[in-house]
Design a binder for this molecule. Structure first.
Ligand code: IPD
Ligand code: CA
Ligand code: CA
Ligand code: CA
Length: 251
């Protein structure tokens, strides 16, 4: 089943690679600089249909078209059809498909696929995390040798100032910071040791449903910005880090 799910996601990634005239198919949503393209909705539709053929008993939750219903009964796919839509519109090739699968409310499978780099991150609960099927591990470096990945919570104006203040506080204690524009890719970069710390003050479950398991299975830590366990019912702030960073290091 897992191979079939991976294959379905890789095939669907072709849509991102061959997208044309994206700005002609772009609309706005609530919030600042919040865009959706017709590719986002198309990819979600195709994924729902391919994945329900593989796992007919599964329910679905996704970013687009108000497909937002959570359940902790049985299998639930939580899908971000394109994470990094602004990057997609700008064609800067830092966007991915993110698919998390929960079983009775607990992460069971996570897949994040960046077709531009041909990078498939995956994890199964209790079975480790992988990049293109090779095992990955988080960095062991302490914060002072670390890179910070910073999510600016772009759609929520009231969070801009606190986000940049928190980023500044961490920035003073680490090497430097980066802003990719895809939270799911950020979490995978933590999982494979390309950076040590990630935070964003508000994300939705589809941004982190897959990445949360990938970080954990790679030996990292992930929690809410209030340091409580990650949950998938509603939006929350997220912090993820490698194993060289302890709870005491977190703001
Ligand atoms: C967004 C990206 C971005 C993050 C936003 C997310 P979208 O997702 O992950 O990096 O800063 O908070 O909403 O809208 O491109 O799927
Ligand atoms: Ca979006
Ligand atoms: Ca997203
Ligand atoms: Ca999205």
């Amino acid at each position: 089943m897992i191979e079939q799910i991976e294959q379905a996601i890789i095939e669907t990634g072709e849509i991102l690679l061959h997208a044309e005239n994206i700005t002609d198919f772009t609309h706005t949503k609530d919030g600042a600089a919040n865009f959706v393209t017709e590719y986002d909705t198309q990819v979600q539709k195709i994924l729902f249909s391919k994945l329900s053929a593989i796992l007919p008993e599964a329910s679905f939750m996704g970013e687009e078209e108000s497909a937002h219903t959570y359940t902790d009964k049985g299998y639930l796919f939580i899908i971000d059809p394109i994470d990094g839509t602004t990057n997609f519109i700008k064609q800067n090739h830092t966007s991915c498909i993110s698919a998390g699968l929960l079983k009775d409310g607990k992460p069971y499978l996570g897949i994040v696929y960046n077709p531009y780099r041909n990078e498939l991150f995956s994890a199964v609960a209790g079975k480790g995390a992988y990049l293109n099927h090779k095992p990955i591990h988080v960095s062991k470096e302490p914060l002072e040798n670390g890179l910070l990945l910073f999510g600016s919570s772009p759609y929520y104006e009231e969070l801009w100032q606190p986000a940049f203040e928190m980023a500044y506080q961490y920035f003073k204690r680490c090497l430097d910071l980066r802003r990719s524009g895809s939270a799911a890719i950020d979490l995978c970069d933590i999982a494979c040791g390309r950076a040590e710390l990630f935070f964003e003050l508000r994300l939705s479950p589809w941004d982190y449903a897959a990445g949360a398991l990938i970080v954990k299975e790679a030996g990292g830590n992930i929690c809410g910005t209030d340091h409580a366990p990650v949950q998938f019912q509603k939006p929350q702030g997220i912090i993820a880090c490698g194993s060289g960073i302890s709870k005491e290091d977190l703001l």
